[in-house]
Write a protein of this length. Structure first.
Length: 439
């Protein structure tokens, strides 16, 4: 009887996964699909009454939980910053100092993407924004389409690593880890990513010296003018992250302070009018609603997995393969690279973390370090062939460029990301040093 019950639970779990992927292939929104499968599966095992009660409790607890408030607050901060035109100011400042170098506009794009990502937190938003800001400038100076779009696609991935990262926040919520420590853990790897992207551009310049043009060096006054407007986003980032690091703010409070600061800086500098405020509020509301829908669906699906004991069984299977802890880790990373061809970063995190996290804990890996590793891997999925979310975003903004052209330009940065992933796995201290220094 016990064997039949276990077999029944395994069969229900398997049918649930098949149904989930079928719904996703039918273009049902990820959150809705996960919630539907979770409720139906839970209802089959525990009964309709407990399943419906679970829906009400989970939905109410998620939207009213103080900790979860970090998501809409940082979304609002990013929306105010985006509408205020900060991306153009960052690109202008970076271009003023290094744009004259061969490949300098590419380096300026990476640096500006990093700066924008540090106060926006969204990879897709960063890629879409710089498709309109940096691409026309690079093309105007004769940069190839493939290089221009490849740099923007790669630079966009910085949005998920540098704080405030929505993906890191969701990982923290799902695994009950400290959001502030995860934000701190993303800083050094994010800076390493920027440095390695810049190094990649310099390597391309050395291999193909005539491929990337140079243009006239700007005057000292033009450089000073370029720096005038970046004090606002820089001071906002330092204030918010410094408050988190020093223990003055909780992550949710930091989000509220950041959103208020972004609003005030936008208004006081004349960059944010009534229409801009409305646009930012609507954008943040839509995005937050989408994230919460997926989060609620994921929690419902997680309860279904728990009642079928799927995470425990997968942990037993993976740890009994005899691959060793790093062999299992490599297997998980390959899985994420494959999933990157099928779904976006948020969906991957929410779908897989409840299953994979117990495996990581049982193998003795640090949860904070793994959060950085997993986010870095899913972000790689945003740009690697044959499907990449950032590539699709860039294609939707820049109509004349082909998918093959974008992928051709992004290949060197994919190789760079793989090397960076190996470095982070070999030296966990890169991610864990800052969190260990927090008050």
């Amino acid at each position: 009887m016990l064997a039949m019950t276990e077999l029944s639970a395994d069969a229900v779990a398997l049918i649930g996964f098949v149904a989930l992927f079928a719904l996703m292939l039918l273009r049902v929104p990820v959150g809705m699909a996960m919630g539907l499968v979770g409720v139906v599966g839970y209802s089959y095992i525990a009964g309709a009454g407990p399943a419906l009660k679970l829906v009400g409790q989970t939905s109410m607890r998620t939207v009213t939980d103080y900790t979860f408030g970090v998501i809409p607050m940082f979304m609002l901060m990013g929306a105010f910053v985006s509408v205020s035109g900060v991306s153009k100011e960052l690109f202008k400042a970076a271009n003023a100092f290094i744009g004259h170098l061969r490949g300098g506009l590419g380096v300026a794009t990476v640096l500006a993407c990093g700066g924008f990502a540090a106060i926006c937190g969204s990879s897709v938003a960063t890629a879409a924004t710089f498709s309109t800001v940096a691409y026309p400038e690079m093309r105007r100076f004769g940069y190839p389409q493939s290089f221009s779009t490849g740099v923007i696609a790669a630079g966009g991935t910085l949005g998920a690593m540098l704080p405030p990262s929505t993906v890191l926040a969701v990982y923290a919520i799902l695994t009950q880890q400290d959001i502030g420590k995860l934000f701190m853990a993303g800083i050094v790897p994010g800076l390493l990513a920027m440095a390695m992207y810049v190094f990649t551009i310099f390597v391309i310049v050395q291999v193909k010296p005539d491929w990337l043009p140079r243009h006239d060096k700007q005057s000292r006054m033009e450089r000073i003018d370029g720096l005038k407007n970046i004090w606002a986003p820089l001071s906002l980032f330092v204030f918010v992250i410094g408050g988190l690091y020093g223990g003055f703010f909780t992550p949710t409070e930091a989000g509220g302070v950041g959103a208020t600061g972004a609003f005030l800086l936008g208004v006081l500098r004349g960059k944010l009018d009534k229409a801009g405020v409305k646009e930012a509020l609507l954008s943040a509301t839509r995005t937050s609603a989408a994230v919460f829908t997926v989060l609620i669906g994921a929690l419902l699906f997680g309860y279904f997995l728990t009642i079928t004991q799927t995470p425990q069984k997968i942990t037993e299977i993976l740890t009994s393969l005899g691959l060793g802890r790093y062999g299992v880790l490599a297997l998980i990373m390959v899985m994420y690279l494959i999933l990157g061809c099928l779904m976006d970063a948020m969906a991957m995190i929410i779908l897989t973390v409840p299953i994979i996290y117990p495996v990581i804990v049982s193998l003795g890996f640090d949860p904070i370090w793994f959060g950085v590793i997993i986010v870095m891997t899913v972000e790689l999925g945003l740009i690697h062939p044959p499907v990449g979310m950032n590539v699709f975003v860039i294609k939707s903004v820049i109509k004349e460029v082909t998918f093959s052209t974008i992928f051709k330009g992004v290949i060197p940065f994919v190789i760079t990301d793989l090397i960076r992933l190996l470095i982070l796995i070999a030296f966990p201290i890169i991610a864990l040093w800052l969190p260990g220094k927090m008050l």
